[in-house]
Each structure stands twice: as C-alpha cells, then as structure tokens.
Design a protein around this ligand. Structure first.
Ligand code: PEP
Ligand code: MG
Length: 579
C-alpha cells in the first residue's frame, strides 16, 4: 500500500529512487584496552584514519559547485583545519598513550573535553564550533569503524538511484553523497534556511526536511517518490503515480534546457516593462558564475564573509583589492553591502560580548557605528574602489534616520580625508539602505530622502515582522512571504521609493522564488537580486507577465480581508501568464 508523508520541500524537483537509510548521527563507540606493545600501532591506525578524513574533506572541497554560497567552502575548510589541529590530533595520540585505550575512545574523550570548552563560551558562533568538533570526530570514528556514510554499489541489484533518509545531514555529508550519485535527500531535522538546504539547492538535488522519524517509517530499498516542490514523499507508489512523476521529470528536464536559451534575452514584460535581474554573491569569484547566467550586475555582495574564519580583520588594502577585482570583472552595477556582522556571524573582536537576543542586538550597521575603526576601514576601501566601476554602497539593518545621517557624515569625512591624501573616489557614489526591519519599511517615506536606493531584505524583514527566528527549525513553518503584514511592508517601501524617485530592489530569498514573481511585479518591483541558480526561471516568468494587468489585480487582492479569498487570489495571480 502506498504511504504519503508531508514534509517541508527545501530543494525543488522530483526524484524517484530507493530508500537508503543512513546510520544515525550517534555512533556506537567500542571501548577497549590496548596493551603497551600495541600502543604505537594504535596511534598509527588513528593517524591513518586522520589522513583518510583529510582526503575526503579535500575531495569534498573540490566538488563544491561554483554557485554554492561561500559559507559552504568555509564550513569544509573549518573541518579540514580541525583535522590538522594539535589540540585534536596530538591530544588524541596522548590519550591513547596515557589511558592505553583504543583510538575511537580517545577521540570521544577528547571531543567531550574540547566541546566543553566551546560550549561554555558566550559567543554563539564559537559555541557552534562544538558541533563542528563533533562532526569531525564522528567522521574519523566512522573511518576507524568502517561505518562510513557511503552507499554500497548495488546498481545491478537495484536499478533506482538512492534517496538518502537520515536524521540530519551536514553540508559535507551532502557533497560526499552527491559524488556517489544520489537522487534526493530526506531528513528529520533542518529547514529551508539551513546550510545543507542551501547546498542541496545549489546542487539541484530535490530535498525534504522536517519529516518525522523517517528512518523508522521507511524501509531500505522501498521505492519512493520525492516531490521537493510540493513537499511530500510517496512510498511504494502505484504504477499510475510512477508514470505521472516520470512524466513530470521529463517535463522538468525540457524546461531547464529551454531556460538556458533565455540567458542573453532582456527581462521585459509583455507590456514592455524593463526589469533588472542581478545576482547575490558571497565571494568575488562567484561573480563569474553570475555573469554566465545572464545577471545584470550584483545586487548584493555580502562582505562579512571576508571577515569570518580568521583572527584578524581585513586591512583597507586587502579589501580594496577584492572590491576592485569584483568591480572590474562585472558589467553593470555592483552593490556592496557593508559589514553585516553580529547575530549568527561574529568575529574575534566581538567574542567578549554577550547579547540575550543577538538578532535584535548589536548587529550590522549598529555594530559598525559602534566600532568606527572597523567601519572606516571598510568605507575607505569602498570609496577608493568606486573609481573602478559602477559601485553602490548598501547599509544593512537600517532602522532609523540617525544611522543614515551618521553614516553619510562619516563618508563625507572620509572623502575629505582621501582628498587630503590625494586618493581618488567617485564623489557621487550612491548609498542606499537595506529595508529589512519593519520600522524601516513603515518609515520608508522619511528614510528615502537620505538614500539613493532601497533594497528589500525579505529574509530578515519576514523574520522580524513575524517574530520567527530564521535559523530555528522548530518555527520554520511560520516563514510566510505572503502574510498580509509582509506584503503591506513591501508595498509601503516600493511606494516610498517611487514617490521619492529612488529605485527599490529586492535581494532576499523571496526575489528568487518564481511563485512570487508575478506578485512582486504587480506591486511595482522592477529590480530583483538572487542566487544565480534561480535567475533564468524568474526571467521567464517576467517575460510572460503583463505588469499593467498584474498591478490592477494586486490592488484588488491587497484590499481583500477574507483570508481564504486572499490566499486563493494570490495563488491565481502566481499562475498568471499573459498568453
Ligand atoms: C535579507 O535579510 O533578506 C538579506 C538579503 O540579507 P541576509 O540574508 O544576508 O541577512
Ligand atoms: Mg539581512
């Protein structure tokens, strides 16, 4: 009998495969005594496993798709560094000697000791290092125990590719399994904004998260259909269901081929409205991929990744070189966001600070204004780079006019400083604000005179409007871009931009989802910035839309007060095509 299970679709697409359940994250660690003469051998066994782990991580590093966010590479690098770290490597070797125990047990003891140190730190980022240690230790233990998260090659026995079913998967697991050709991922934990979900989307592998106890509900080798679009799983499907989904898979493949032909087309609606599609990038190197997929410039360059995973902060010259490279290599505007540190992204100078609620604490522009030296260095580098291309400076998490005034004042001061030093910059450099705090959206009409542009950061705007922590998978279900409050804030921002003659873009994940494209066009948005992987399908939707008609319908929809009628009207709008 077929079994239908609902979950959250975190990476779209259809997969048909056989269940392959992975061992739980918890390993059964054997503990035994090693006789004195065998100690050296045990240490050698440990070092050999360490070597294998390094090779695995190296190979994972090389397989990261070019369009994957920079955090993924940084995540693997952290694990690689840990396999070389003395505290772990020599600490374990010492324990094997001192306690005359097997390597697996020594690893377990050392992991607990190190995790204990990290877990008592106030800083959230450093606390999360304890998870990294656990993951690296588990990797080495699996190698020692010959229980790796590997698929047996059973192609001859089973013609279907594997659908991985696990409690949870790290980005490193995902890459390793991807190399082995899996069809889809299903996990109990995680949500759409987790690193693994972001990676699954970059790898274009369908994935579901939030399925309760999947390893108990499903059996190995059972045939399953994964629908990443609708967010469900069908086990032991009937022939008719298989036929239906095979047909959809074929249609999806044809669709992707067709999309690739739109690369050089201009994004224009059927009634002639020109729309600009830009890319979100985290590393200067990602910009090549963006151009290849037809992005017209960069709408969001997240500079905090220059600051993470290091002990010092990047100097003005180092930043200047990075900004220059990106400006020189990209045709079109390059919107560089100033540091958005704090909350889940912190650097060493912040580690002493605690905040009872980091997402509402000293984050982004607040932190930069509090630490002017940090901010000055970045702004000077940006000003100096401005002569190399079409630079725009974007300020994150603006919530009041004071922050804009202070920043503008600082920029003017730095311009005068550069004049005195005989260094060049563009005096008319556009400076804009991210609108990602509800207060900023509501006050957009009064912020607009201080800004050259707005960019809607819907990831945070939705988190703050709906009071849902964006990285807490327990409440992911509350993430709702269509909530009337969210749409109202977006509309207010776009209207304020239009009234003040400044462009309004959107660079949050909402801009990358074609289900919202018609709606956003209807609200008057003409500049979208997104992960390059989604660019062509959003372009296609734009090219099939009649913006004039959408605007009219949007006005009617936003006036609806009945929630069912409202949702239904939005669903019809999403299906709008000007045939
Ligand atoms: C946003 O908040 O929507 C955004 C684009 O910025 P980030 O995801 O980096 O917070
Ligand atoms: Mg944000």
């Amino acid at each position: 009998m077929s079994l239908w299970l609902a979950a959250t679709g975190v990476s779209r697409g259809i997969a048909i495969g056989r269940v392959h359940r992975l061992l739980g994250a918890e390993l059964d660690i054997p503990e035994y005594h090693i006789a004195q003469p065998d100690i050296a051998n045990e240490v050698r066994r440990f070092r050999a496993a360490l070597e294998v782990a390094r090779h695995q991580l190296d190979s994972i590093r090389n397989q990261i798709p070019a369009n994957a966010p920079a955090e993924i590479g940084a995540f693997i690098d952290t694990h690689l560094l840990m396999t070389q770290d003395n505290a772990l490597v020599e600490g374990v070797a010492r324990l094997i000697h001192q306690q005359q125990c097997n390597a697996e047990r020594a690893l377990k003891i050392q992991q607990h000791r190190l995790a204990d140190v990290f877990e008592h730190m106030n800083d959230r980022y450093l606390r999360s290092r304890a998870d990294d240690i656990a993951q690296v230790t588990a990797r080495i233990q699996r190698i020692l125990l010959n229980q790796e998260r590997r698929l047996e090659t059973r192609a001859d026995e089973h013609p279907l590719p594997a659908v991985i079913v696990a409690d949870e998967l790290t980005p490193a697991d995902l890459i390793l399994l991807h190399q082995q050709g899996v069809a889809a991922f299903v996990t109990e934990h995680g949500g759409p904004l987790s690193h693994s979900a972001i990676l699954a989307r970059s790898l274009r592998i369908p994935a579901l998260a939030g399925l309760h106890a999947p390893r108990r509900l499903l059996l190995d080798d059972e045939t399953v259909i994964i629908d990443g679009d609708a967010g469900h799983l069908l086990a032991e499907p009937a022939d008719s269901a298989l036929e239906f989904y095979r047909h959809r898979q074929k249609r999806d493949r044809r669709y992707r081929r067709m999309l690739s032909m739109l690369r050089d087309d201009i994004a224009r609606s059927t009634d002639g409205v020109r729309v600009y599609l830009r890319a979100n990038v985290e590393l200067a190197a990602d910009s090549a991929d963006a151009a290849h997929l037809g992005a017209e410039g960069i709408g969001l360059y997240r500079t905090e990744f220059l600051y993470l995973n290091r002990d010092d902060t990047p100097s003005e010259e180092e930043q200047l070189a990075v900004y220059r490279r990106i400006l020189q290599s990209v045709a079109g505007p390059v919107t560089i966001r100033t540091l958005d540190l704090g909350a889940d992204k912190t650097i060493p100078s912040q580690t002493g600070r605690t905040s009872s609620n980091p997402a509402l604490g000293l984050r982004a522009i607040r932190l930069c204004l509090r630490e002017p030296e940090l901010f000055r260095t970045q702004l000077r580098a940006l000003l100096r780079a401005s002569v190399d291309g079409d630079l725009r400076i974007m300020l994150p998490m603006i919530s009041n006019i004071g922050e804009l005034r202070q920043t503008r004042h600082l920029i003017a001061e730095l311009m005068a400083e550069l004049d005195r030093e005989g260094l060049h910059y563009k005096p008319q450099l556009p400076v804009g604000a991210m609108i990602e705090v509800p207060a900023a959206a509501l006050a957009a009409p009064s912020l607009a005179p201080y800004c050259d542009f707005f960019s809607l950061g819907t990831n945070d705007l939705i988190q703050y409007t709906l009071a849902m922590d964006r990285i807490d998978d327990e409440i992911n279900y509350l993430y709702d871009p269509l909530h009337p409050a969210v749409l109202q804030l977006i509309r207010t921002t776009i209207a304020a931009g239009a009234a003040n003659g400044i462009p309004v873009a959107m660079c949050g994940e909402m801009a990358a989802d074609k289900r919202y494209t018609a709606l956003l066009l209807g609200m008057g948005l003409t500049e979208f910035s997104m992960h390059p992987a989604s660019l062509l399908e959003v372009k296609r939707t734009i090219m099939q839309s009649n913006v004039g008609q959408l605007r009219q319908r949007m006005n009617d929809i936003l006036a609806l007060t009945d929630p069912t009628a409202y949702r239904e009207a939005l669903a019809t709008l999403a299906a709008h095509r000007d045939e």
